[in-house]
Design a binder for this molecule. Structure first.
Ligand SMILES: Cc1cc2nc3c(=O)[nH]c(=O)nc-3n(C[C@H](O)[C@H](O)[C@H](O)COP(=O)(O)OP(=O)(O)OC[C@H]3O[C@@H](n4cnc5c(N)ncnc54)[C@H](O)[C@@H]3O)c2cc1C
Length: 395
């Protein structure tokens, strides 16, 4: 067991901190206010090679693995970018890069991976549906075969980055639920090129993270070539877990990052601000202890998340990866939200002012209890799959 960072991880850490310092809170405050994509930041992470961290050298990346990607996300988020530090990387490198790398055909890898590694294309993932929600097996978007084409119809919601992306991972039903044996069979994965006039995309007005739009997506007889299927037909559920687990780990990494950023700023403020008896407010244990408690719990969760990502990189079964990834996320949700809550408290009324940024981090951090998986479903996973308790609901 070795807790030391590798040489490449140290380089990624330093590069991420430099970029995050250049594109810090003030930059993202403006992008959030204007609902504008961070194109200068995007160029910086492309130039630093961050879009190719998981993509093998033969496709133009550095082939370093998901652990290195999460280290980049945590440091970008933690040294100034907040959620933005990981958001674009999740869309393009997890939904695009990792999913295609793990399960794409040779032809699909050749087509997408070099462009993803350079940042020449952006990606998104269309999984969530208005009527299925968390119950993914209940999705009703269908893909049917017509000659040599696939025809896709259905509605998706909250699809982040769909309005800008040139590529989309679509999860659709190719056979009725349960008709192919197991309950999880009948779902398939497809890769679609965008824009396409058969795909209607409408941004949803939302609470935060407005430097990227999350959209409703409607497929009206979207015609895709036969080779758009990411095999196997009807067996997409198990393969999509290889995208959903790293998505979870990404959210844990960025949650730790945002919490560290908020704690660091709060500590700076608490050391200076004096209200009674000419002593800094940071000396009051009512403020100090909750920050100390969350900081410690987040360190534990960070290590658990690294354990999950190392298992993922080693190709361990998704159940083993999922166990560590879900436990890490459960702790991060609890303590990153608490940490930002207490950072805001430290700032008193100024915590409510836009110029101190903590109110934006508060809006951002609250997303992690809702997406990519809600805290209840994470706890249900731990209760059922790790503790072996009975399931109270059916798909
Ligand atoms: C900003 C944002 C960006 C997103 N980006 C994407 C994206 O890019 N691609 C994508 O596919 N999706 C995306 N999502 C969707 C996200 O993954 C879902 O919103 C999330 O999985 C929850 O689904 P839901 O909103 O339908 O909640 P529901 O499933 O309707 O759940 C509602 C509530 O009921 C609770 N609940 C449901 N079932 C149970 C149960 N069995 N036991 C206990 N409690 C339960 C939930 O925990 C939750 O509190 C995004 C969402 C947001 C908000």
């Amino acid at each position: 067991m070795d807790f030391e960072l590798t040489e490449s991880q140290r380089m990624i850490t330093n590069a991420a901190r430099e970029i995050a310092t250049e594109f810090g809170p003030e930059y993202w405050r403006k992008k959030e206010e204007k609902h504008e994509f961070g194109s200068e930041f995007w160029k910086a992470i492309c130039d630093a090679g961050f879009l190719g961290i998981v993509i093998p050298e033969e496709y133009g990346g550095s082939g370093n693995g998901a652990t290195d990607l999460f280290i980049a996300m945590e440091n970008l988020a933690g040294y100034g970018c907040g959620m933005a530090g990981a958001w674009y990387l999740i869309l393009s490198e997890v939904f695009g890069g990792l999913s295609i790398l793990k399960h794409g055909t040779a032809e699909q890898k050749k087509k997408y991976l070099p462009a993803l590694a350079k940042g020449d294309i952006e990606f998104c993932m269309a999984l969530t549906e208005p009527n299925a929600g968390t119950n993914t097996l209940n999705i009703s978007t269908t893909a049917r075969k017509e000659g040599n084409n696939w025809i896709i119809n259905g509605n998706k919601t909250f699809i982040s980055g769909a309005d800008r992306a040139q590529g989309m991972l679509i999860i659709a039903r190719t056979s009725p639920c349960g008709s192919k044996g197991s309950k999880t069979s009948g779902l398939s994965l497809f890769l679609a090129d965008l824009p396409n006039k058969a795909v209607e995309i409408e941004p949803i007005a939302k609470h935060a993270v407005n430097y990227s739009h999350s959209c409703t997506v409607t497929f009206n007889d979207l015609k895709l070539p036969e080779n758009a299927l990411m095999p196997p037909l009807d067996g997409g559920w198990h393969n999509v877990l290889d995208t959903l687990n790293p998505e979870r780990m990404s959210f844990s990494a960025l949650g730790v990052g945002i919490a560290h950023l908020a704690i660091r700023k709060a500590v700076e403020y608490a050391r200076e601000r004096k209200v009674f008896n000419n002593v800094p407010i940071g000396s009051y244990q009512a403020l100090q202890f909750p920050l100390a408690e969350s900081y410690s719990c987040l360190e534990a969760a960070r290590l658990l998340n690294l354990q999950a990502s190392v298992a993922y990189d080693a190709g361990k079964p998704s159940a083993e990866v999922g166990a560590a990834a879900n436990m890490a996320k459960a702790i991060v949700v609890e303590h990153a939200i608490k940490a930002v809550y207490w950072a805001m408290q430290v700032y008193g009324g100024y915590g409510y002012a836009v110029e101190y940024d903590v109110e934006r981090w508060w809006r951002e951090i609250n997303l992690i209890r809702l997406a990519p998986v809600t805290q209840q479903m994470t706890l249900a996973y731990i209760g059922e799959r790790i503790l072996g308790l009975p399931k109270s609901y059916q798909a």
